[in-house]
Design a protein around this ligand. Structure first.
Ligand code: BTN
Length: 251
């Protein structure tokens, strides 16, 4: 069960959750009506109109009083839990979304949700995770962003933020136990994989390891959380495996 704390304005719910991490219990959610310095992946800024969208962070702790322990090497499963829960939320509004690995949620060519997970480690296990989610709900225009959309843009209806948050949290709560055992992970994995953005489609990719661009086809995600891209430009057409930040999409 999650316990939601609404804040009127804060720099970033992720930053606030990290600052207050020692005192916050597992399952605490900090939700902001306005973020003044919302953070995105790769040091980007997350812009949203105040009062229009969901911007919140979930604190999870592992071990006593929290979730069962999770080895750091399995942290990527959290991406799948959140992506699949957000996908279910959108599906409940008759919207079919795709997940741009590891965890951007797209409807068509437009991004509707961004996820920023920050973990605290102890040894080789996770001590806590701060899961930041920015989900566009009622915003109608995105002046700074070329490829963004919202629930309003897709349904033509306004949706109360509190209700949307409750619904998303309930779905996340439902998927969290799927982290635990191998069989459940398979189910979670297949729900995630079938929504992979660009699956089996020819597209351009930037390989940050070799610093080159090429045409390839996403073939899936490996069991250890790496993105598999079939390199169509290299003789022998090898499949390349990428960890987070090792590959970029050229859109
Ligand atoms: C991304 O796609 O780049 C990730 C965006 C994550 C945005 C959310 S909004 C709530 C939480 N607080 C932040 O500062 N960022 C995350």
């Amino acid at each position: 069960m999650m316990n939601v704390i609404w804040l009127d304005t804060i720099d970033s719910t992720n930053s606030e959750a990290l600052r207050r991490l020692p005192e916050l219990e597992s399952g605490t959610v900090l939700a902001a009506r306005e973020q003044t310095a919302g953070r995105g992946q790769r040091g980007n800024t997350w812009f949203t109109e105040p009062g229009k969208n969901l911007t919140f962070s979930i604190v999870l702790k592992y071990g006593e009083g929290g979730l069962p322990p999770l080895p750091a090497k399995d942290a990527f499963w959290l991406n799948y839990v959140i992506s699949v829960a957000v996908a279910d939320f959108l599906q409940s509004h008759a919207i079919w979304c795709k997940v741009k690995w590891p965890n951007d949620v797209y409807v068509g060519k437009n991004k509707i949700c961004g996820i920023l997970i920050e973990n605290a480690l102890t040894g080789n296990g996770l001590a806590a995770s701060v899961i930041g989610i920015g989900l566009n709900i009622n915003q109608r225009e995105f002046p700074q962003l070329a490829n963004a959309t919202s629930l309003w843009s897709l349904t033509g209806e306004e949706h109360p933020l509190e209700e949307c948050l409750e619904k998303v949290l309930a779905l996340i709560d439902g998927w969290l136990p799927y982290l635990q055992d191998q069989d459940k992970r398979q189910t979670l994995f297949s729900h995630y994989s079938r929504r992979l953005f660009n699956l089996d489609v020819n597209a351009r990719y930037h390989d940050y390891i070799e610093e080159r661009e090429y045409t390839g086809k996403i073939k899936g995600v490996s069991e250890d959380g790496r993105l598999m891209i079939w390199d169509l430009e290299t003789p022998g057409k090898p499949i390349r495996y990428y960890r987070f930040k090792e590959v970029g999409y050229i859109i």
